[in-house]
Design a protein around this ligand. Structure first.
Ligand SMILES: Cc1cc2nc3c(=O)[nH]c(=O)nc-3n(C[C@H](O)[C@H](O)[C@H](O)COP(=O)(O)O)c2cc1C
Length: 391
């Protein structure tokens, strides 16, 4: 994998963070169209002593059927409660995987209750033994780890680092929050810096990177990080990786929802459709490419004889919900008029797209060039504050 040597506009490699329920294959495909990332990441695959029985092709088709198609390489993440389950999955993958990433950060009570995710951080010595068992068995550079800064409190972080700092890991990604903090407050990049200074392997930083300014601020604090990953910031502005300040909003959103619709109908069909594309498909320079993608997807979904755009754009309610999830983030980086709550209540994709176009017309903007700029005033939506602070 070459992502440690890439020259993105930010001069530091930046990847799409793993997000369970968000960055599944259809969404990763869409981000490959948006472009500019140095790498992408699967959300966690929960592994056990029997699952997966064979390599999960449909979970990560980039590594099998679609190998070589996409510009940005994929990191494959698993979550497990026992070293042997992680080892079994990595070994069964054979040469499909250069390395495997282990989730040691998920804060969900269900996950923690099953002794996986962030619960691996509860005891530093057990954490180190877990990683050492996997890393020793797989060999140097074949295990990477993504962790938080503590199970109860950030005061645990130094001990956790001391316990693992000499292991032969490929890299360590630190999300600068503890388990109880979940996604609230601010990520602590001083602790990420401590990881950089302590560990013998490369460290990636995660938390609250939303644009090039916030990226520079975080990287100033932890100047030795070898890469950053962007999660919610990439939902708020999917163009963050290229630094573009305007985007073909409705075309890109329509393509996102159609990809979700196809994936929800049949992931296999989505993969088969994608297998017919060539790598040069992913040079999305202008709106015409998005229109081409929409037409190609519509042909796949509705057959060759689609003609009525309103009929064609009717999607399942689950696909629409996913479109609204993206819209809910994205609107926070658009001019204030797009925050109109009525758009979150629409019941069809054409209504959503028409509503957005109507606002674009009222603002006298070009639909192919709506300004998308991270707006820190909307951080409250993602900080756990729950509602807008009064002025
Ligand atoms: C909805 C959601 C799902 C997530 N799922 C995962 C996951 O599957 N694996 C993982 O390692 N981290 C997961 N994370 C954590 C992110 O990868 C990232 O570390 C965190 O959101 C902080 O970065 P951000 O401020 O750029 O969002 C998830 C985060 C969110 C918001």
């Amino acid at each position: 994998m070459s992502y440690l040597h890439k020259s993105s506009p930010s001069k530091i490699p930046a990847g799409l963070a793993p997000m369970e329920g968000v960055t599944d294959f259809a969404t990763r495909f869409w981000y490959q169209c948006v472009g500019g990332m140095d790498f992408t990441w699967t959300p966690f695959l929960r592994v056990t002593d029997t699952f997966p029985a064979k390599f999960p092709d449909l979970f990560a088709p980039e590594l099998t059927t679609l190998k070589g198609l996409f510009p940005a390489p994929l990191i494959f993440q698993v979550m497990g409660s026992r070293p042997e389950d992680v080892i079994r999955t990595a070994e069964a993958a054979g040469d499909r995987l250069t390395f495997i990433d282990l989730n040691c950060g998920c804060p969900s009570p269900t996950v923690v209750g099953s002794r996986a995710g962030s619960s691996l951080l509860e005891h530093a010595d057990q954490f180190a033994r877990f990683l050492e068992t996997v890393a020793t068995r797989l060999g140097p550079d074949r295990l990477s780890v993504k962790m938080r800064t503590g199970f109860h409190s950030p005061s645990e972080f130094s001990n956790l680092l001391a316990a693992i700092k000499h292991l032969p890991l490929r890299h360590l990604t630190v999300h600068g929050r503890t388990r109880p903090a979940r996604y609230t407050g601010q990520a602590d990049w001083f602790l990420i810096d401590e990881a950089v200074r302590t560990c013998t392997f490369p460290v990636f930083g995660s938390g609250d990177v939303c644009d090039h300014k916030t990226l520079s601020q975080r990287v100033d604090t932890a100047s030795g990080v070898k890469a950053v990953i962007i999660g919610r910031g990439a939902l708020r502005n999917p163009w963050v990786f290229q630094g573009a300040r305007s985007a073909p909003l409705t075309s890109a959103l329509a393509a996102f929802v159609l990809l979700q619709d196809l994936a929800l109908e049949s992931q296999e069909r989505l993969v088969t459709w994608a297998a017919g594309l060539s790598p040069d498909f992913f040079a999305f320079k202008d709106e015409a490419r998005w229109v081409h993608l929409i037409e190609t997807l519509l042909s796949c979904l509705r057959g060759q004889h689609h003609s009525d755009p309103l009929e064609d754009l009717q999607v399942s309610s689950r696909a629409l919900s996913r479109g609204k999830m993206l819209w809910n983030y994205l609107r926070s980086s658009l001019p204030e008029a797009y925050m109109n709550p009525a758009l979150m209540r629409v019941t069809s994709l054409p209504q959503l797209l028409n509503g957005i176009d109507e606002i674009t017309r009222q603002l006298q903007l070009s639909p192919g060039n709506v300004p998308v700029v991270y707006n820190p005033e909307h951080d409250w939506m993602y900080s756990g504050a729950g509602r807008k602070p009064s002025a």
